[in-house]
Design a protein around this ligand. Structure first.
Ligand code: SF4
Ligand code: SF4
Length: 162
């Protein structure tokens, strides 16, 4: 499926999501890196040793959710835009999702954008609650959206209407 369409299956995605108990305790990374390529900036960037690739740089990264603070540094360093941060600790109705967003224009904080699934299809509106674009993120801005909990496992991107 991934090789044919470029879209991860539901099973692949669910395998890399931390437990809902962990998500409800605070921000944590979701690493959707499914191909054995020589790459490891996520591991190098994490000062909490929450990502392990091991001796073979072609290994897939493994996250230790209990070590992860949700700081989003790895998200900004991943060339594949494979990492997002999810946080279910703020509300029982909604979740916060931090996404890498390398398009222009950037969304404006407080605005509503279209939440897209992994196939790029619209699934629900999302509220933009934060936009970070510091120099240290090296041109990978991070957008935080708030969405209904039922979309936690489905939203993977946004579209900004201009
Ligand atoms: S979000 Fe921060 S703590 Fe978690 S894996 Fe990424 S760099 Fe490490
Ligand atoms: S930096 Fe991104 S693409 Fe590279 S191994 Fe880590 S998650 Fe995968």
């Amino acid at each position: 499926m991934l090789e044919k369409t470029g879209i991860a299956t539901r099973e692949m995605v669910m395998n890399v999501f931390p437990s809902i108990e962990r998500i409800n305790r605070g921000p944590v990374a979701v690493i959707e890196c499914f191909q054995n390529i020589p790459c490891n900036p996520c591991q190098t960037a994490c000062r909490f040793n929450a990502i392990n690739i091991g001796d073979d740089i072609n290994n897939l990264p493994e996250l230790s959710p209990e070590k992860c603070t949700g700081c989003a540094i790895c998200l900004s360093k991943c060339p594949g835009l494979s990492i997002m941060i999810v946080d279910g600790s703020k509300s029982q109705e909604t979740v916060l999702i931090k996404l890498p967003y390398e398009f222009s224009p950037l969304p404006v904080e407080g605005s509503t954008v279209q939440g897209l699934n992994r196939a790029g299809e619209y699934i629900a509106d999302a509220k933009v609650v934060g936009v970070l674009n510091p120099k240290s993120f090296d041109k990978t801005p991070v957008v935080t959206i708030e969405v209904d909990r039922k979309y936690l496992y489905y939203i993977r991107n946004i579209r900004v209407e201009v």
